[in-house]
Design a protein around this ligand. Structure first.
Ligand SMILES: Cc1cc2nc3c(=O)[nH]c(=O)nc-3n(C[C@H](O)[C@H](O)[C@H](O)COP(=O)(O)OP(=O)(O)OC[C@H]3O[C@@H](n4cnc5c(N)ncnc54)[C@H](O)[C@@H]3O)c2cc1C
Length: 493
């Protein structure tokens, strides 16, 4: 176990966020030492892991891609392999790939307050051998869910089912579903992506949901954006189009939050227009919650509605009584026959890549802390953790966090500080970390840090406000505190 070298930055994860953070860090500090620790043998994270048919983004690529490296392509949404290639290309272009230690899982992180250095314990995925490295600063860009296993509720009679059961997170390569009867359990982004794709060749696809989600169709091609691309220099067109998409999604989100009832009616009308006035829209597409209490599912060019209209797919809103040998018995008494059941039932949310945190060997739980700007944890030094937007593209926020980390480190270098730690005011009331009702987050709410009742202890989920908070507000704000190691000690090192 070698601990000689102290890295300036260790980034956990080589997905969209980790690669973005590395680009920002390398650009600002080309001479500093950097390591990215990545469990998988590939770059891309989510876009490498998920391989189900039709896998694509449901955010527009001008904002899911990086601000500093334009996404080129005329489609609004992009397929998984293209996104993975994009992240790989950016890593190559910015010289990041050689810094990645693949097949390496961070298992725990310990901060030593004697020397203001993190020890990162790493397990070799193939051999299980442990090694450790040290670093002055950590960016945790490990995503927000467990890679090993998706979330699947207990289904009675599961073992009785004679067909194939597959979870989208671990799709069976080469699964032949042509002419098969398929039931997709779920109503989130993954289910609405899978249904029309499978329905292209399957016998029939039923989307079985316990409760509906909001589903909105968007044009797969950005006509206005493509017009600007034709008439303007590429860089200018990218800037304008990206700003346009940020503005549109902010406008739609804020309008929906201000006028939920009007927005619900807007969704309803759109669906009736697409599926016909007799379609039971209230049963299948009118959630009980307000728009954006959970993420709205985006589909391109009405693809799922077209599959439903053409009878290749249908929706059932009911509860599962049990799996049977040839399908699913519903609580209503109805049976859905199936050759294949797809459990699009979600993710198991975890944080910091499931690595244990400690300070001077004392375990700490982030659930005891307050989130500082939704980036750092109170009482935890020299560590930023990336969590993106639930109401806009993840990368918009991830990139602000990477830039904020660069600002903090720049400040530390200028002033000779070795520690940056947010300290929460005594007695500040605790609030839930996010105003978001998605089931996968609700299941782990008690494991999250808290939000405070005041700035900068809130997680705003608002790009414009976050821009100010992370890029413009002074680094020394009284909440993020800085200190230096004893100078005698530093000289001795
Ligand atoms: C199917 C699907 C579709 C999505 N579509 C969208 C979308 O359209 N728009 C949007 O904004 N968001 C979307 N998301 C959210 C999505 O995860 C983010 O947009 C983005 O890809 C997250 O990037 P990330 O790098 O933060 O995390 P990830 O992509 O999850 O990457 C994290 C990386 O960290 C590695 N890692 C984790 N733990 C450790 C550890 N302990 N040690 C070492 N390495 C570790 C992982 O192996 C992985 O490579 C989607 C999510 C899913 C699951």
């Amino acid at each position: 176990m070698s601990t000689d070298k102290i890295y300036d930055m260790v980034i956990i994860g080589a997905g969209l966020s980790g690669i973005g953070a590395a680009c920002r860090f390398r650009t600002k500090f080309p001479e500093d030492s950097l390591a990215l620790i990545e469990t998988r043998d590939a770059i891309g994270g989510t876009w490498d892991l998920f391989r189900y048919p039709g896998i694509r983004s449901d955010s527009d690529m001008l904002t899911l891609g990086y601000d500093f490296r334009p996404w080129v392509g005329d489609k609004t949404l992009a397929d998984g392999p293209s996104i993975k290639r994009y992240v790989e290309t950016v890593a190559e272009e910015y010289g990041i790939t050689p810094y990645i230690q693949f097949g390496s899982k961070v298992t725990s992180l310990d901060f030593s307050s004697d020397d203001d250095v993190w020890t990162v314990n790493i397990s070799d995925v193939k051999t299980g051998d442990m090694r450790r490295i040290q670093t002055r600063f950590i960016t945790s860009a490990a995503g927000y869910y467990k890679y090993e296993e998706g979330y699947t509720p207990e289904f009675k009679g599961r073992d009785d089912f004679k067909g194939e059961i597959v979870h989208p997170q671990h799709w069976t390569e080469g699964l032949d579903y042509s002419d098969k009867k398929i039931v997709v359990i779920g109503s989130g982004a993954t289910a609405v992506t899978l249904v029309p794709e499978l329905a292209k060749t399957a016998g029939h696809v039923t989307m079985l949901q316990r409760s509906p989600s909001y589903v909105a169709s968007i044009p797969s091609k950005d006509t206005i954006g493509n017009f600007f691309r034709r008439i303007l220099p590429a860089k200018t067109a990218f800037k304008i189009n990206r700003a346009k998409n940020i503005w549109i999604s902010k406008y739609m989100y804020e309008k929906a939050r201000k006028n939920p009832e009007k927005t619900k009616e807007w969704f309803r009308k759109k669906i009736l227009k697409s599926l016909g006035k007799d379609y039971p829209v209230d049963k299948h597409f009118s959630p009980k919650y307000d728009p954006w209490d959970q993420r709205v599912c985006m589909i391109p060019d009405e693809d799922m509605f077209i599959a439903i209209r053409e009878g290749r797919a249908s929706v059932e809103t009911d509860h599962i009584e049990k799996f049977t040998s040839d399908g699913i018995l519903l609580k209503s008494g109805e049976t859905l026959k199936a050759d294949i059941i797809v459990t699009a039932t979600g993710l198991n949310v975890v944080f910091n890549g499931q690595s244990d945190l400690s300070i001077d060997g004392e375990p700490i739980s982030v659930s005891d802390s307050f989130g500082y700007k939704g980036i750092m944890y109170s009482g935890v030094p020299n560590l930023v953790s990336v969590f993106g937007y639930t109401n806009a593209s993840w990368t918009l926020r991830a990139d602000l966090i990477s830039q904020f980390a660069v600002r903090v480190i720049t400040h530390m270098k200028e002033k000779g500080f070795t520690r940056a730690v947010p300290l929460a005011p005594e007695g500040m009331p605790r609030r839930p970390y996010l105003d978001f009702q998605a089931g996968y987050l609700q299941r782990v709410f008690d494991e999250l840090p808290s939000q405070g009742d005041r700035h900068p202890w809130q997680n705003l989920q608002n790009y414009k406000m976050d821009q100010k908070l992370m890029l413009e507000d002074p680094i020394e704000d009284g909440a993020l505190t800085f200190s230096k190691l004893n100078p005698v000690k530093m000289a001795a090192e």
